[in-house]
Design a protein around this ligand. Structure first.
Ligand code: FES
Ligand code: FE2
Length: 389
């Protein structure tokens, strides 16, 4: 028994070759107990997308974030590093940071005013040893700092590894990095800029987080769900992506650069001229969806809110400082609007699959051995995580 919801036998069936495999059973999508189990077995042991580093633009910016019920706080410290801590005071367990803010000095708990540096060190403990005595014999401040969460930043995403024992991020990201080097080159990542207008959006979806990932992995639905997109980037222009164990999705050979709605946007200088119409859409398992085109990228972090509810946080990025100036505002807005249409078209499909998982007439379904390979790749990744837990 893996949980009361999903058995070892269910997982074995997912782990079969695609021709014989079934998908994850309904209970993996409709049970709150299973979602709680996934937080530990799937999310905690992985590199999970939490938030965007560019939302903390200066040292001293602090933001509380609830992740699947865990109170966390992200901040930019005085050395300009992004840090993640458990958002709880070491004294009596009060939530430490209640709202997004810019901190001048220390983080101060509002209950008994214990204070912490942005490095998480416990600094101030008023009247700890009695009135006017801010120290106490035997009390070591260094033992009571904030509890850090292992974290790193890549493509503006703050990734966390809650268990602390995932492979090094550099090792984890290597298969994707290697592939995308061919488009972004050595300088692509550092050229990415988040724009104020045309920056992104938030989408509420009444579905389990996995269905959003599964839908993103496939291009099979394109002609029927995205008729507009399909007029130029057709089903037959797409190819499957399965880079190593942790990344799956699809690429297009016929993405049309958005240069008709305003001034052409700057492109990644190392993007090959003969691949300007190529684009890749990759799910970084478990919960980050990435898209790269020659003139912009986007990132979506999927926040699991409940077993049947997710929140998608989208950000768009452009190439270099000029790309985020006023001159290109119309082009950026056109790009954002295009993606708004595409992502909105997906909502209905994803929510319909969620409702379908309440049916006893469905038991995980089957995969097309030619069209659903990345979706199966993701199911296998989840099944391996569950089996290992
Ligand atoms: S709980 Fe934070 S200072 Fe007491
Ligand atoms: Fe879609």
């Amino acid at each position: 028994m893996i949980t009361q919801d999903v058995s070892a036998l269910d997982l074995q069936q997912v782990l079969q070759p695609i021709e014989h495999a079934t998908g994850l059973p309904n209970q993996a999508y409709v049970s709150e107990a299973f979602l709680a189990h996934e937080r530990e077995s799937v999310f905690a042991s992985s590199w999970t997308g939490l938030w965007f580093a560019s939302d903390l633009p200066k040292p001293g910016y602090v933001k509380p974030i609830d992740f699947m019920g865990l109170p966390l706080v992200i901040l930019r410290d005085k050395q300009d590093r992004i840090r993640v801590f458990h958002n709880v005071c070491s004294h009596r367990g009060m939530i430490l940071v209640h709202e997004e803010m810019e901190v001048q000095g220390a983080l101060r708990c509002k209950y008994h005013s214990w204070s912490y540096s942005l490095d998480g060190e416990l600094k101030g403990t008023p009247h700890l040893g009695g009135i006017g005595q801010h120290r106490a014999p035997g009390f070591e401040h260094c033992e009571h700092g904030l509890k850090p969460v292992r974290s790193t930043v890549w493509m503006d995403v703050i990734f966390i590894n809650l268990s602390g024992d995932a492979p090094d991020f550099d090792e984890y990201i290597q298969p994707l990095n290697e592939k995308w080097q061919g488009y972004l080159g050595d300088t692509g990542l550092e050229r990415m800029r988040s724009a104020v207008n045309g920056k992104g959006m938030q989408i509420e979806v009444r579905s389990n987080w996995k269905l959003a990932v599964e839908n993103y992995c496939e291009s099979y639905h394109l002609p029927w769900i995205h008729p507009g997109l399909n007029t130029y980037s057709r089903l037959e222009d797409h190819y499957h992506i399965m880079y190593g164990d942790n990344f799956g999705g699809q690429g297009s050979l016929a993405y049309r650069l958005f240069d008709q709605a305003g001034s052409p946007l700057p492109r990644f200088p190392e993007w090959p001229e003969d691949k300007l119409e190529q684009a890749e859409y990759v799910s970084f398992y478990p919960n980050v969806l990435l898209g790269i085109q020659a003139d912009h990228t986007f990132t979506m972090i999927i926040e699991p809110v409940a077993c049947n509810r997710s929140r998608e946080h989208l950000r768009l990025y452009y190439v270099g400082d000029d790309a985020v100036g006023d001159e290109h505002a119309a082009s950026r807005n056109a790009i954002l609007e295009s993606w708004r249409v595409v992502f909105s078209e997906d909502i209905d499909a994803v929510e319909g699959m969620q409702r379908g998982r309440l049916s006893p007439g469905y038991g995980g379904g089957v995969f097309s051995p030619a069209m659903d390979n990345p979706t199966h790749h993701f199911h296998q990744w989840v099944a391996r995580k569950l089996a290992a837990a």
